[in-house]
Design a protein around this ligand. Structure first.
Ligand SMILES: Nc1ncnc2c1ncn2[C@@H]1O[C@H](COP(=O)(O)OP(=O)(O)O)[C@@H](O)[C@H]1O
Ligand SMILES: [Mg+2]
Length: 255
């Protein structure tokens, strides 16, 4: 397969859960290419398979058919151990909840994946952590416990943690799902910044104002990609226009 500048490619992806009777086919026939520097948003009704797709693409779950190539490697060829290593080194994750360790400070939570990736390079890991805290304007809460900071700050810290190992792709599943609208803007500004700096992002969201930040939005229905909308590069001063265009398209999808 020609992967070109593709960092992530899925071909005829299928996922069926056999734990149910009858088995539940959740994804089928999904073809998707994510190029370096892309920001792709995944939308669709609740239960359409968005999270399952993200889990398969990021090696958290195994597809039951088709293939996924990540940086030229076929994920199904990897052992669990190789997959964990690839995920640690090459992928960053931002979830709806931060899943931070409550006995560590915000800064130490961010530092942790970098130390796991390269235990002997503590100095570099600390420098990278401090650079990210500064970049996302949360240096002042680095020493705080995770219950002492706002939801928006905690999600910006999650973005720092996702970036600390300089991953090829950041995967986000409803990163603003638990936030109010001002915190949502705060976190989406941070993700737009990651993208502007050249980062590659695949983000699941049900919020059109978040998806409007992406270059491309794909729509899932019953586990199949039924349409895609190209929005081009994010321009903050055209946010309303982009959102209108996206909303019109979503209405056409029955969203
Ligand atoms: N482990 C599982 N076993 C059986 N069915 C599952 C499992 N995980 C998800 N599903 C089903 O797959 C469908 C898609 O789920 P999900 O990917 O979470 O959708 P979305 O993120 O779009 O809301 C749902 O019908 C859900 O019930
Ligand atoms: Mg979901």
């Amino acid at each position: 397969m020609d992967t070109g500048t593709a960092v992530l490619t899925a071909a005829d992806l299928e996922k069926t859960f056999y734990s149910t009777d009858p088995p539940t086919q959740v994804l089928s026939g999904i073809d998707l290419t994510v190029n370096r520097g892309d920001f792709v948003a995944v939308m669709g009704a609740s239960g359409s398979g968005k999270s399952t797709l993200l889990y398969c693409l990021s090696g958290m779950d195994r597809p039951t058919g088709g293939g996924i190539w990540f940086g030229g490697r076929e994920l199904t060829d990897l052992s669990d151990r190789e997959m964990s290593r690839l995920r640690l080194l090459q992928m960053g994750f931002v979830f709806q909840q931060a899943y931070f360790l409550s006995n560590l400070s915000v800064r130490d939570n961010i530092l942790l994946p970098a130390l796991k990736a390269a235990p002997k390079e503590r100095g570099a890991a600390e420098a990278r952590t401090d650079e990210l805290l500064e970049r996302f304007e949360i240096t002042h809460i680095g020493g705080h416990g995770i219950t002492q900071v706002s939801g928006g700050q905690l999600q910006r810290a999650s973005i720092c943690r996702a970036l600390v190992t300089r991953p090829s792709v950041v995967f986000a599943d409803e990163p603003t799902g638990a936030l109010n609208s001002s915190m949502t803007t705060e976190v989406m500004d941070a993700l737009s910044g990651v993208h502007r700096d050249g980062g590659t992002i695949v983000m699941v969201t049900h919020d059109p104002s978040c998806a409007a930040r992406a270059d491309r939005v794909i729509y899932l229905r019953d586990g199949t990609v039924v349409d895609a909308l190209d929005l081009g590069l994010w321009e903050p001063d055209r946010a309303a226009e982009r959102e209108d265009r996206l909303l019109g398209w979503l209405r056409g999808q029955g969203f």
